[in-house]
Write a protein that binds this ligand. Structure first.
Ligand code: G3P
Ligand code: CA
Length: 249
């Protein structure tokens, strides 16, 4: 929103620390989450995977290969095996329980569910149980997924949840009235790739009173200005300190 008199904008998107402050610390470690909070992020983003013995851990990829010194599919490793790995700078892969236990109700969480390798929903009930176990107020949590089934299931488990439907590039480009009406039945917003942002898409989504949270791949310098120009409601940032500096310019 631009004030004509002052030229000052009061636009302030939610700053969502993508995998923690993952540009400056090893992603999905306590170092990355602490850095994000220190740098002023509103939410810490947490990708979930489920281990062979049913524990939810913070991990983006299906394998541990890229982000740890180990190898293999997360869903084929036990928690003990995952915990033996180095996730960077001597940090272990945190479980969701450890994260919720440590930060409690002092922070805001933006948690992503995924289907397992077989396309089954395996984490929704366990996730909600953990939120309850650690007494995390539901209004401090946004849940997101690319899986429409997961979003629908979460909504059925608790209609009060704040849910964001992540959209693949192709789905976001082809959004129509019917899709948006369907999305509104369960979702508070959509998460879309910044590369497809244009005025028409932003207008269409906002006309339906759905929030737009944008994510990017790669170098935030290429994307940040574009996301800010479109005044999206939330930005997944690998480097919240950088984003805040750009916003001050
Ligand atoms: O959750 C938003 C964004 O994180 C989606 O992409 O692959 O980084 O989880 P990805
Ligand atoms: Ca994610």
């Amino acid at each position: 929103i631009q004030s004509e008199a002052s030229g000052v904008t009061d636009y302030e998107p939610l700053i969502i620390a993508h995998r923690g402050a993952s540009a400056v610390q090893p992603e999905h470690t306590f170092f990355a989450y602490d850095q994000a909070l220190e740098d002023g992020a509103d939410y810490i983003e947490i990708d979930l995977r489920r281990t062979a013995d049913g524990e939810l851990v913070a991990m983006h990829d299906e394998t541990v290969d890229r982000t740890t010194d180990g190898k293999g599919l997360v869903e084929e490793l036990t928690l003990e095996e995952v915990k033996a790995l180095d996730a960077g700078e001597g940090q272990t892969v945190p479980t969701l329980g450890e994260i919720l236990d440590w930060y409690g109700s002092g922070v805001y969480y933006y948690i992503e569910t995924r289907e397992d390798e077989a396309g089954e929903l395996v984490m929704e009930e366990g996730l909600l149980q953990l939120l309850d176990q650690y007494a995390i107020p539901r209004n401090q949590v946004i849940l997101q997924s690319f899986s429409k089934d997961s979003i629908r299931t979460l909504h059925e488990l608790d209609p009060e949840l704040t849910l964001v439907q992540l959209l693949k590039k192709k789905d976001a480009e082809q959004l129509n009235e019917k899709d948006l009406q369907a999305l509104k039945e369960t979702a508070f917003g959509v998460g879309i790739y910044a590369g497809i942002l244009d005025e028409a898409t932003v207008d269409l989504i906002q006309q339906h009173e759905l929030e737009i949270h944008a994510y990017y791949r790669g170098d935030e310098r290429e994307w940040t200005k574009r996301m800010l120009q479109h005044e999206v409601d939330g930005i997944f940032s690998d480097n919240p300190a950088y984003l805040m500096n750009v916003m001050k310019e």
